[in-house]
Design a protein around this ligand. Structure first.
Ligand code: PGA
Ligand code: ZN
Length: 426
């Protein structure tokens, strides 16, 4: 039984405040979880409750959301069984009473939801991935590592595209994949240095060089894969998240580095050319969150060649994912806990995808904490691949490290998802 819930303000990886929650049970056990925060957020995401008091943290404080936990959520949950995830989440959603968690805040609700799940695992004497995914949970995901950061994660004259990731999908295990990824990352530093480019890093730990096109990072990554001794495509493939909502307006996409303005069809052709020339196997948010018609064009051109993941367009919400399925405009959804704001609704989104043969690509946020919840969650959900930044920066590597711990614990029962994790059917 839950006896007490305590929340506090802590800092995230960008130095902004976020929420950490401790939940205590009557047997003296306790569990902790914290909440991440995005920079290129979708407009339909659940509401992250901020104080807007400019005298603290530039208005980003979360003291009111913490008040909501102490004053409203805690009294309603004390005495509940922490293992009743669905009841606990439903109770908080009911207390909030809005469509998008605007009253209590998705950050408040999610922090409690995750901390309760961890406490439930502790009470059940199970590791979190088994508690959430059953004793059969054994699928380790391909780690998609964001090794060049652009867009709003670089805040300098970087690439228009936000994320250039490597997927060491030819590896035999997660620990081997993490090693390959790290070796390519180190090789990339040398490639950039030789070109006289900056090796400073962006929000997700990837390098953030000043480039003149969105092809340039892909060229450097291929060179780095080769320099590290791997075969581009066969051993290590590439995934891209342009986060195109950030550079589009009314269906027009502005590529600053290339001085180009493209419509959805031209943008789709632009991606097709990149896929011809580089071993790109996954494209996330190729088009903007409101460009539903454009997404159909993109899908018709590229489905079967790459996994087409929707992030800002679906925001981990079954309403929008269902529309995407009905209109056939993607074949995978990005899964971010704080876009929807509770663990049960995140499970609902994943289940809906899997029932429809869609992929699920689990994701961190650009503002993170060292909480590794999503590592266990990815194994539990059999999502097959996840992105949680470069193999660099504590808050990023903690997730990869947790996956390696899980692999070691599973021993010979562990299965690495490898190439099968990626959706490339029509
Ligand atoms: P965000 O970006 O966490 O800054 O929103 C991640 C993404 O677009 O996938
Ligand atoms: Zn994205």
């Amino acid at each position: 039984q839950i006896q007490q819930i305590t929340a506090r303000e802590i800092l995230d990886s960008r130095g902004n405040p976020t929420i950490e929650v401790d939940v205590f049970d009557t047997a003296g056990r306790s569990a902790r979880a914290s909440v991440p925060s995005g920079a290129s957020t979708g407009s339909r995401e659940a509401i992250e409750f901020r104080d807007n008091d400019k005298s603290r943290f530039g208005g980003k404080g979360v003291l009111q959301a913490i008040e909501h936990i102490h004053q409203t959520i805690a009294p309603a949950l004390i005495g509940c069984d922490a293992r009743q995830m669905r009841q606990i989440d439903a109770k908080m959603i009911e207390l909030d009473g809005t469509e998008n968690k605007a009253k209590l805040g998705a950050n408040a609700i999610l922090g409690v939801s995750l901390a309760c799940a961890r406490l439930g695992a502790l009470q059940s004497d199970l590791p979190l991935y088994q508690y959430l995914g059953g004793t059969g949970a054994n699928l380790l995901p391909v780690p998609c590592m964001n090794i060049i950061n652009g867009g709003v994660h670089a805040r300098w004259q970087g690439a228009d595209f936000q994320e250039f990731m490597i997927a060491p999908w030819g590896a035999g295990s997660i620990s081997e994949a993490v090693r390959w990824g790290s070796e390519v990352y180190q090789a990339l530093r040398n490639v950039l240095k030789e070109k006289g480019l900056s090796t400073g890093i962006g929000d997700e730990g990837g390098f953030a060089p000043q480039v003149k096109s969105n092809r340039e990072p892909l060229e450097y990554i291929v060179q780095a894969i080769e320099a590290a001794g791997f075969k581009p495509g066969e051993d290590v493939a590439i995934c891209i998240d342009p986060a195109s909502s950030e550079f589009s307006e009314n269906g027009i996409y502005t590529l600053k580095t290339e001085n180009a303005k493209l419509n959805a069809t031209q943008m789709s052709d632009y991606y097709a050319k990149l896929i011809d020339d580089f071993p790109v196997v996954l494209l996330e948010d190729g088009l903007a969150e409101d460009d539903w018609e454009g997404w159909k064009v993109l899908y018709n051109k590229l489905a079967g060649r790459v996994e087409l993941v929707g992030d800002d367009i679906f925001v981990t919400n079954i309403t929008y994912i269902q529309r995407g399925i009905d209109e056939q405009l993607a074949n995978s959804a990005l899964i971010k806990l704080n876009q929807i704001g509770s663990l049960s609704e995140t499970f609902d989104a994943v289940n809906l995808c899997h029932q429809n043969n869609w992929g699920t690509f689990v994701s961190h946020r650009s503002g993170e904490t060292t909480d590794s919840f999503i590592a266990d969650m990815t194994v539990a959900m059999r999502a097959g691949h996840l992105k949680t930044g470069a193999p660099c920066r504590g808050e990023r590597v903690e997730k990869y490290n947790q996956l390696m711990r899980i692999e070691q614990q599973l021993g010979s029962a562990a299965v690495f998802a490898g190439k099968n994790a990626f959706i490339r059917n029509c």
